[in-house]
Design a protein. Structure first.
Length: 367
């Protein structure tokens, strides 16, 4: 496997990113090794939080959360997925798969002998993290799912696979802004849908094309794919220096293959070979009786959060509220540290919003 490594000088003097790099090696499954980068801050015996970034981002996206969490006594580890950040980048898109990402993350956890983990998984980091949680629940104490989902194509007939793949192939590769306008044109914010529900509607003819297909095609084929530019449109404020930092891991097109390929890896169609693993993971998550929190921004579909709340036991179990009360201080730290654009949807039934907000701190730091 040909592996690329972003030059270290690309990461010099990044805005608001003073953290020392750490590295461990994982198997490339072809007889070689891949170097994974991670941030490791805070006391070694502190409550452990792993923050998993999304696509096309990297550990830089959690920079404003690290110091408040370590100040609260937590140990914070933020890895870069293979193909992102300071981690090595296999040069071919065929080098990447969901299975490999899952196994790389498992190896990462084992290499560092991590346990009693609170996992905060964001965006496309969610499907990877949730697979690992489902397959190794004994290593995890809590889950926080932020703006993510876990599609399994339930209810989509297998015979619709060819139709859906043709829809994807026929989807134009638009610029980022045109993609957003087109993808959201027919979406009803009062009736949010998961990606699986979007697929169901397209397969039945109720929707001409699932909106997520525009994102897959943008990443796959739009010529001017710029992670920094993309992320600058997603956050409330992004300076020129922060935009440069988000693009730092990708000095040229050949370094972007993992970022471009990632959305295409998520098993969305009923004939996807990785789908059976997601469905098996859902079965295990339905028995995951540990705190599970959903935190979604006000501009993101709440449908995946609702699905988690309905299907994962302690995502709505009021018993958990009694265990979550040491959290107001850390909640304030979260909100003050750059997550001010997040509405924390803490979906514990039969409780007030104030109670739910107070619950977050204990959720993270109390067993």
């Amino acid at each position: 496997m040909k592996v690329l490594r972003t030059p270290d000088n690309r990461f010099n003097d990044l805005c608001g990113f003073p953290f020392n790099p750490n590295y461990t090696e994982v198997d490339d499954f072809e007889g070689g090794a891949i170097r994974m980068h991670y941030i490791d801050e805070g006391p070694s015996n502190g409550e452990l939080i792993i923050c998993m970034h999304g696509q096309p981002s990297w550990s830089y996206s959690f920079r404003k959360m690290i110091s408040p969490l370590t100040s609260a006594g937590c140990r914070v580890i933020v890895p870069d997925l293979v193909g992102f950040g300071r981690s090595d980048k296999p040069s071919k898109r065929s080098d990447y798969s969901v299975s490999r990402h899952v196994n790389w993350f498992k190896q990462f956890i084992n290499n560092l002998s991590l346990k009693n983990i609170t996992i905060l998984c964001h965006d496309w980091g969610g499907p990877i993290s949730l697979r690992v949680v489902a397959e190794n629940p004994e290593k995890f104490s809590r889950v926080i799912a932020t703006n993510t989902g876990f599609p399994d194509s339930r209810g989509v007939p297998l015979e619709k696979s060819a139709l859906l793949r043709k829809l994807l192939a026929d989807t134009p590769a638009l610029s980022f802004l045109d993609m957003i306008k087109t993808a959201l044109k027919n979406e009803n914010p009062k009736k949010p849908r998961t990606m699986t529900e979007q697929t169901q509607d397209a397969a039945s003819g109720r929707d001409p094309r699932p909106p997520f297909m525009y994102w897959i095609r943008h990443c796959d084929a739009f010529p001017d794919f710029d992670p920094g530019d993309i992320i600058s449109h997603w956050v409330n404020e992004c300076s020129a220096e922060e935009k440069r930092a988000y693009s730092a891991p990708f000095p040229s097109e050949e370094f972007m293959q993992g970022a471009r390929e990632f959305p295409s890896l998520i098993p969305l169609f009923p004939d996807d070979p990785a789908l059976s693993d997601n469905r098996a993971a859902w079965e295990k998550l339905r028995t995951f009786k540990k705190p599970f929190l959903t935190a979604y921004s006000d501009s993101e579909s709440q449908a995946p959060a609702i699905q988690f709340q309905q299907e994962i036991p302690y995502c709505s179990d009021p018993i958990i509220k009694a265990k979550l009360f040491s959290g107001l201080k850390l909640l304030i730290s979260f909100l003050a540290s750059g997550f001010n654009n997040i509405i924390w949807y803490l979906f514990f039934k039969r409780s007030s919003m104030i109670l739910e907000l107070v619950s977050l701190y204990l959720f993270i730091v109390n067993k």
